[in-house]
Design a binder for this molecule. Structure first.
Ligand SMILES: [Zn+2]
Length: 420
């Protein structure tokens, strides 16, 4: 069986560092240092466990209690965090992939590994306080308490402060693993950043993505290669494109946009189509979860009860249902933005192809299936016109990120793409 780092595609340097840290962490446990907090926190060369495990005085070789995994979407930030968590819980201290520690962590059932996956637009302070409190308890498995925070860039300011407190005074056996697009202050506060070791992940090369699709998912090599290139280094998206005909259809519709822009009316139509497609995709992804959550909550609250106290119970229930609806609405908004952003990334790839062709740059196109169309665009628009269009797509992404209403941003983009 392959070990826990096998699915971390194209991240050799990060894997080397994480393996070394896991070995150092195992050495700390073996040494049974009476003061484990200093064993992890202090970076001094006098620390016995650290120098023994690192075989020297290089502090970066050892273990530390707070980490940030950065990298573009799909590069495997949460995959890396989970694999590292498994290596910390591994009975061999290596992330063998076969022992109960590895197995339960990778399966998401390890009692000492908590994963925070924000469903809405941000992680709130209440959630973070509860998490920090539980993370301070002694690990039941005798190794480490690991807290993984996916999308740490979505922490509210108050939640970030609650987390910072825990990172500043870490419980001796607690390890925080944060995932964020970058260490830019917009994503992670400078003070949290200064307390963490950063593991930068890169956009994995298409060949590495294709290789894992073939090996792990049994996808045919030619399909895997096409999907890996089209997904621009996003492993999850590549898998979806290779396996899901609906995802392929949505991508084709997006890539048909440049040909459809024949006038002002067509530009507005294309904007509507893009927004509606993103809404439909988002709705398909959240409706099922919404319905089952509501049914579960209603059952738990005993909806339909007529006995004594039922009226009082229903008043409380109304509050809980309202809270659930609020959370679901926030999740739906996020899903819509994510779907729209994927479409914009595809579209940006098309104009990037046109630009590289206009410049005669010796690089492979992102979208091999629309390369001819991009080539025609390159002739018509030249490098400058292609670049302006690419910039219009990127400006649209930035505007939506900055909370401009998606429809307004997309309409402005479509007009810019048409006018050039
Ligand atoms: Zn193991």
């Amino acid at each position: 069986m392959s070990d826990v780092f096998a699915d971390l595609v194209g991240q050799d340097e990060a894997v080397v560092e994480l393996r070394r840290a896991a070995a150092a962490a195992a050495a700390v446990l073996r040494a049974g240092a009476t003061d484990r907090a200093s064993a992890l926190v202090a970076a001094g060369p006098t620390d016995g466990a650290r120098s023994a495990s690192a075989g020297g005085t290089d502090p970066s070789a050892g273990m530390t209690h707070a980490w940030i995994f950065t990298g573009p979407p799909g590069s495997g930030r949460s995959v890396a965090a989970r694999a590292f968590a498994a290596a910390l819980q591994c009975v061999h201290g290596t992330g063998c992939g076969a022992c109960p520690g590895c197995h339960t962590t990778m399966g998401g059932t390890h009692a000492d590994v908590r994963m925070v996956v924000p469903e809405g637009l941000s992680i709130g302070v209440g959630e973070m306080r509860a998490l920090v409190l539980r993370a301070a308890s002694t690990p039941s498995g005798g190794r480490w308490q690991v807290v993984i925070i996916e999308d740490a860039d979505r922490l509210t300011e108050a939640a970030g402060n609650a987390l910072l407190k825990a990172i500043e005074e870490p419980p001796p056996r607690t390890v925080f693993l944060l995932c964020a697009p970058s260490t830019h202050p917009d994503d992670i506060s400078v003070t949290i950043r200064s307390r963490c070791r950063v593991v930068p992940l890169r956009q994995p090369p298409a060949t590495a993505v294709a290789e894992v699709l073939v090996r792990r998912d049994g996808i045919a090599p030619d399909v895997a290669q096409w999907a890996a290139a089209a997904a621009q280094g996003h492993v999850g998206r590549a898998r979806r494109l290779a396996r899901d005909p609906e995802a392929r259809k949505r991508r084709e519709a997006v890539l048909a946009v440049p040909r459809r822009l024949t006038g002002v009316g067509a530009a507005f139509d294309a904007a509507s189509a893009l927004i509606e497609a993103a809404e439909a995709e988002a709705e398909a992804s959240v409706t099922e979860a919404d319905t089952s959550e509501r049914a579960a909550l209603e059952t738990a609250l005993g909806a339909g009860g007529t006995g004594r106290g039922a009226a009082g119970a229903m008043r409380g229930a109304a509050g809980q249902l309202k809270e659930l609806e609020k959370r679901q609405k926030s999740r739906a908004t996020r899903a819509q933005r994510d779907a729209l952003d994927r479409a914009l990334v595809d579209l940006a790839g098309f104009y990037r192809d046109a630009l590289t062709m206009a410049l005669r740059a010796p690089v492979a196109p992102v979208h091999t299936d629309t390369a001819a169309l991009a080539g025609a665009g390159a002739q018509k628009w030249d490098a400058e016109g292609s670049l302006r269009r690419l910039e219009a797509v990127l400006a649209c992404r930035a505007a939506i990120e900055a909370n401009v209403k998606p429809r307004i941003a997309v309409e402005a983009m479509m007009l810019a793409l048409w006018k050039g």
